[in-house]
Design a binder for this molecule. Structure first.
Ligand code: HAM
Length: 524
């Protein structure tokens, strides 16, 4: 307790930050069940787990996800990871020493600095010189105030470390890790999955949080230069990879008995080919014609990312969007072949899908296959999984030519949907037996400690009350905690060597010797 702290501070109640929340028992049991099922199902498809860090250089996400996307331009939690070689705050008299230190760190590369950073430093230094002169003259003029204010602004703009962001998604991190660990030298493709928190500063609502959890998977495959490459075979192979991955996530949802699962797929063409570029140009010119009828967001997107207009949920834009050209009519032959093969491969695997030509996704890295899965009971935020193909992303991040496809499931939404289905008994899996030890007396206590140790070692949940309780009270508490059984241990029972087990649901009692009791509970 900090006695010196002001009273008001002592009374302050801390709360989880808006858009974040505590996951608590008993809900966490369902979270664990979902995650264990993911480990089990993904392993059967040959995927291994990767755990990348939660923050990465901001530039990684800007490059991978796209600088104009909502995620990067508005929603990232970004901060400067200040170089520890800099003093926490320069004393006014030491400004020149401080600036020199920043300059040295720029030069050595310890603080990454672009031209504009060097420029900001020079402006700040010049400004400091002026302020210093003014301070020396003790000139209390209006100009001195302005100059000092400008210096504060410039100081604020200096880059004093690496700009890092809490990850808004993990595909970029997995690609970074693939490059960093030379995974192209390992057997291809590399099949990786992850489970963990992501961060986006979105407007919180049901199913949308600022810290949320994803269960995602990525398939990365190095493309070796091969003049004999058979293009048709490659397209067929990619389509199988896509279908297998989609089958994996559908199997996972099936295993969890997720209600009302619907898969939508699309192909958005090939960026390097003319099909995507040609379609986007056509879409843009068609959108220009109806610009006045569109809302502000869509109008802006005509310039920044016309494909995203297709994503609009605004009621009045729907009839306009319905008349726009469809990408399926503009795919090049390779993209058409690939898309047809993906559909065929899904059918072969008994995976049902709907085609949705407006499914373009909100991240820049996709090409060809895009897909989304919706589930029941989620209201407007009903996308429980999104994914797609992203050949070329690893190369864009400085790695070798690599194909990629992946997905991410919104775990919070998945859990919400399972909870809405009220099928928790199935969803949460079989619970291990739960025994409350109602002990009374010193001899009984020692036996109770021993029994608790043995039962727990056998995987049985045991509650051992730290104080002696009358049997009636103990049974009341056992029921309140949701125990299945009460093990009644008094000094008499210990002396006789026969222990009584009460089934709390129906009040029946059975007598056992200690080894028999353990056998009985283990079999449950
Ligand atoms: P995404 O569509 O941005 O894709 O996110 C995937 C899923 O994460 C969404 O369908 C949704 O269920 C969940 N999600 C997204 N934002 C939130 C939020 N604020 N609150 C709760 N859940 C949310 C990606 O992240 C890509 N990295 C997927 C991918 C992997 N593509 C290829 N590989």
């Amino acid at each position: 307790m900090n006695e010196a702290a002001p009273k008001k501070e002592q009374r302050r109640k801390f709360q989880a930050i808006r858009g974040t929340r505590d996951l608590l028992p008993p809900d966490t049991a369902l979270w664990n069940h979902v995650e264990e099922t993911a480990h089990a199902v993904f392993n059967t498809f040959g995927f291994g787990e990767i755990r990348p860090p939660i923050f990465e250089p901001t530039d990684l996400f800007a490059r991978a996800v796209g600088g104009d996307t909502d995620i990067v331009s508005k929603e990232m939690y970004t901060f400067v990871d200040r170089s520890e070689k800099l003093e926490p705050d320069p004393a006014i008299g030491n400004m020149n020493v401080f600036f020199q230190k920043v300059r040295d760190l720029y030069k050595s590369g310890e603080i990454p600095a672009a031209d504009q950073d060097e420029f900001a430093l020079k402006l700040a230094q010049d400004q400091w010189k002026r302020v210093d002169d003014l301070l020396n003259q003790v000139a209390q003029t209006e100009d001195a105030g302005k100059d000092i204010y400008t210096l504060v602004l410039l100081y604020d703009a200096l880059r004093l470390g690496t700009r890092v962001s809490l990850r808004p998604e993990a595909t970029a991190s997995v690609c970074r890790a693939y490059i960093e660990h030379n995974m192209q030298q390992l057997p291809q493709p590399q099949k990786l999955y992850y489970i963990g928190p992501m961060f986006r500063r979105e407007r919180p609502q049901k199913g949308r949080y600022r810290q949320f959890y994803q269960i995602g998977a990525e398939v990365l495959e190095n493309v070796k230069p091969d003049p004999m490459r058979d293009a048709a075979k490659e397209l067929a192979k990619d389509a199988i990879t896509d279908a297998e991955l989609i089958q994996m996530v559908m199997t996972f949802f099936d295993r969890l008995k997720l209600p009302g699962v619907q898969l939508e797929i699309n192909s958005i063409g090939h960026a390097a080919d003319n099909c995507r570029r040609g379609y986007v140009a056509l879409l843009k010119s068609e959108l220009e014609k109806v610009k006045d009828k569109l809302g502000a967001d869509s109008q802006r997107r005509i310039e920044t990312n016309p494909l995203r207009v297709l994503d609009s949920k605004l009621e009045h834009e729907q009839p306009i969007i319905a008349t726009l050209p469809k990408i399926a009519d503009h795919l090049c032959d390779d993209c058409k072949t690939h898309y047809a093969a993906v559909k065929r491969e899904l059918e072969l695997r008994g995976v049902f899908y709907n085609e949705n030509w407006r499914l373009v996704r909100g991240l820049d890295y996709y090409m060809r296959t895009t897909f989304e899965i919706t589930a029941q009971g989620l209201g407007s935020q009903n996308a429980v999984c999104g994914g797609g193909r992203y050949d070329g992303l690893v190369e864009l991040l400085g790695g070798p030519p690599t194909k990629g496809i992946g997905f991410a499931i919104g775990e919070d939404r998945l859990i919400l949907s399972l909870q809405e289905a009220k099928d928790l008994a199935i969803a949460a899996g079989k619970q291990p037996p739960f025994v409350y030890i109602a002990w009374m007396g010193a001899n009984a206590y020692a036996a109770a400690v021993r029994a608790a140790k043995d039962l727990r070692a056998a995987g049985i949940r045991v509650e051992l009350p730290p104080v002696e309780q009358k049997f009636g009270k103990a049974l009341e508490r056992a029921s309140k905690l949701g125990a299945h059984y009460a093990l009644i241990l008094g000094d008499n029972e210990v002396a006789e060597g026969t222990w009584t087990l009460k089934t709390l649901a129906d009040g029946t009692q059975q007598k056992f010797t200690e080894p028999h009791l353990l056998e009985f509970l283990k079999k449950l």
